[in-house]
Design a protein around this ligand. Structure first.
Ligand code: ARG
Ligand code: ZN
Ligand code: CA
Length: 261
């Protein structure tokens, strides 16, 4: 049988000095609700698998990847896997991982670093691609000079801690997909742009972030707007495919990132 990979995770809660549980100093329950959703989405145990349309059910995959809050810190001491620290800025933008790293960062070959903080308005999250020629991600795409990890705005982290749309946890699912080598399913271009997965139909553009665009068809086929790597609202997303699974597992097998506790 194929192995289940369990990725040790450290959550860096970089807050603005609020009391525990207030504003960006998010409570433990919000963190746990996100870990729970990741363990559903990457094992195809999510409650909305039945929303995957029949044409796409044959390619749906259990990626056999799980996430666990770290139990030991880099020095080998017991930890909750959550680090709380005061952010160095009011809000962060794409590409500012170097500033996040200065506040808190654990060795990226041993942990998946997730920073949860206040991002500039309109930004839900961002991630670093792995560096691997094997899966078509060249070092010029994967910026190896930026610290490795995933950053999520605190209002879009966890399940149901904010009234906003996009606050049911799929931003982290999407960003960790990038971290594990997945590209957007429309390939960030027209019908000729690829995500290097043959079981995700080519699409001409991102799906709408306003509603589930179930009637969207382009490039000669129905578009898989329910894929986690499209831009649909959280409630429309429910699938990783078999090729996406292979891509993510290849990254875990060939990169120095740790894949077991
Ligand atoms: N725009 C972000 C990105 O490209 C995240 C999109 C997340 N979508 C969602 N439904 N939560 O990485
Ligand atoms: Zn994305
Ligand atoms: Ca494809």
């Amino acid at each position: 049988a194929e192995a289940i990979y369990t990725i040790p995770v450290v959550i860096h809660v970089l807050h603005q000095g609020e009391a525990y549980g207030e504003g960006s100093n998010i409570p433990l329950e919000q963190v746990l609700s996100q870990i729970e959703l990741l363990n559903q989405d990457f094992r195809r145990l999510n409650s909305d698998t039945t929303d995957t349309r029949e044409i796409f059910k044959p390619v749906a995959a259990d990626a056999l990847i799980e996430f666990a809050l770290a139990k030991r810190d880099p020095e080998g001491m017991p930890t909750s896997g959550i680090v709380r620290a005061r952010a160095g800025k009011d809000s962060y933008a794409i590409g500012e991982e170097d500033l996040l790293q200065k506040v808190s960062y654990w060795p990226p070959d041993k942990y998946l670093n997730i920073w949860v903080t206040n991002l500039k308005s309109g930004l839900l999250g961002f991630a670093q691609f792995p560096v691997s020629d094997l899966i078509g991600l060249k070092p010029n795409i994967a910026n190896k000079f930026l610290p490795d990890g995933v950053t999520i705005d605190y209002e879009y982290f966890g399940q149901g801690f904010n009234a906003k749309e996009f606050s049911t946890g799929r931003t982290a699912t999407h960003e960790i997909g990038h971290y594990l080598g997945l590209r957007h399913i429309w390939g960030d271009g027209g019908c000729g742009s690829d995500d290097y997965c043959s079981d995700t139909p080519a699409a001409d553009r991102a799906s709408s972030s306003g509603s589930c665009e179930l009637s969207k068809a382009s490039c000669g086929s129905t578009d898989m707007i329910e894929n986690y790597m499209d831009y649909s609202p959280d409630k429309c997303m429910n699938i990783f495919t078999k090729d996406q699974k292979e891509r993510m597992r290849t990254v875990l097998e060939f990169s120095p990132r740790r894949r077991s506790l």
